[in-house]
Write a protein that binds this ligand. Structure first.
Ligand code: GLU
Length: 376
């Protein structure tokens, strides 16, 4: 029998230039709000070893709400938003103390970065965050990022830190995102009952393997990890999902010795601006297209013209990000519209000269210019 190297060795690099490590509440704590100091120390040692070999590491850490709950001796996660936000405020400082203490023996300094969804959704703030992270890394510190839960109301939330970590990986151009949780990887419950070592493409079957979280303090679960992996792999970043309890897990993953699941990055990463357009936005509505327009956008990479539009849903203004759907209702692209939803009825199905007659002063008449359009 010929010897095959582990399937991940050919896909990963044991010395990535930059990686994002995301830790779930369940990895950092044992029981509600009790820190698992030994595990945190082990993770810090693993990260310090990577740093010593020249890899830049950014940490995305959950645990603020959980640690706050522990400090207040709450057994159950409160339902009220204000209570959760208060827990996060209490727990966040404990969380940073923990990271600081964990990295101190390695001579490493941590930097707290708290983000809301708006910080990445607005282009100017996105660029600002990118610049600050770059600076923190060049100062030799380890950024420790969490969502700014205390001020994130429902509509500006990332949802969970899995998605936040994928956005951070995309934003910083990290080679790998390593999501450490209590799960050992993606398990094929229907088939082999074992960890799936490599996922080449996230298909509906892969998505169906994921089930929701059950723990009191955690938020994500496998569903959100797969969603995060989808975003990150499309940005050209390889994603690992593995157990944070496994000794020396970071080193093992990077040299292809698992155990865990590796999601192969897509071969064609989007250019950074399109990435931001595609994944960092909350579309304000949907523009529907006729069946002639769909392949023109999909296969020829052209702009969307009024003639291909059949209608729209939702309220949006010129400059907003919208989804694009074909006649089957399936969303296949996203872009920045040059017209608001109130203008769409008059434009839909019109040929160029008719649109020009409606908007005599405008130079550009595309509904969405191809540079502002990205296929999903
Ligand atoms: N930001 C939350 C916290 O630190 C966690 C969200 C998550 O686990 O996804 O408690």
């Amino acid at each position: 029998m010929t010897h095959h190297p582990s399937p991940t060795t050919r896909l990963t690099t044991s010395r990535p230039r930059r990686l994002v490590v995301k830790l779930g509440t369940g990895v950092l704590t044992s029981g509600i709000g009790e820190l698992n100091t030994a595990r945190i120390a082990a993770v810090c040692a693993g990260i310090a070893a990577l740093r010593a070999r020249g890899t830049e590491v950014i940490v995305v850490s959950s645990g603020a709400v959980g640690l706050g709950m522990g400090r207040l001796r709450l057994e159950k996660k409160p339902k009220e938003i204000a209570k959760k936000q208060a827990c996060a405020a209490i727990g966040q400082s404990l969380l940073m103390q923990t990271w600081q203490a964990g990295f101190a023996p390695h001579g490493l300094t941590v930097a707290q970065v708290l983000l809301t969804h708006d910080d990445l959704r607005l282009r100017s703030r996105y660029l600002g965050v990118q610049e600050t992270l770059r600076q923190l890394i060049s100062y030799g510190t380890i950024p420790v990022i969490n969502e700014n839960d205390t001020v994130s109301a429902a509509e500006i939330k990332f949802g969970d830190n899995d998605m936040l970590s994928a956005m951070v990986a995309s934003l910083t151009g990290a080679e790998h995102l390593i999501i450490l949780s209590t799960a050992p990887g993606l398990i094929d419950l229907k088939g082999t009952k074992e960890i799936v070592p490599v996922v080449e493409r996230i298909t509906p079957e892969i998505e169906a393997m994921a089930g929701g979280t059950t723990s009191e303090t955690a938020t994500g679960g496998m569903v959100s990890k797969i969603a995060a992996a989808k975003l990150a792999t499309k940005s050209g970043c390889g994603v690992f999902i593995a157990s944070g309890a496994e000794p020396e897990i970071l080193a093992k993953l990077l040299c292809g010795r698992g155990p865990g699941t590796f999601f192969v990055p897509s071969g064609l990463p989007l250019v950074a601006r399109k990435r931001w357009l595609a994944y960092f936005q909350r579309p304000a509505g949907t523009i529907s297209l006729n069946d002639r327009a769909v392949p023109v956008l999909r296969e020829q990479g052209r702009s969307l013209l009024a003639v291909g539009v059949t209608g729209s849903r939702g309220e949006f203004a010129a400059g907003d990000i919208v989804n694009l759907a074909g006649p089957d209702g399936i969303v296949f692209a996203r872009g920045r519209t040059a017209f608001g939803s109130d203008e769409i009825p008059a434009l839909a199905g019109q040929q160029g000269p008719a649109v020009a007659a409606l908007y005599p002063a405008r130079k550009r008449l595309e509904v969405i210019h191809r540079n502002d359009l990205v296929l999903l």
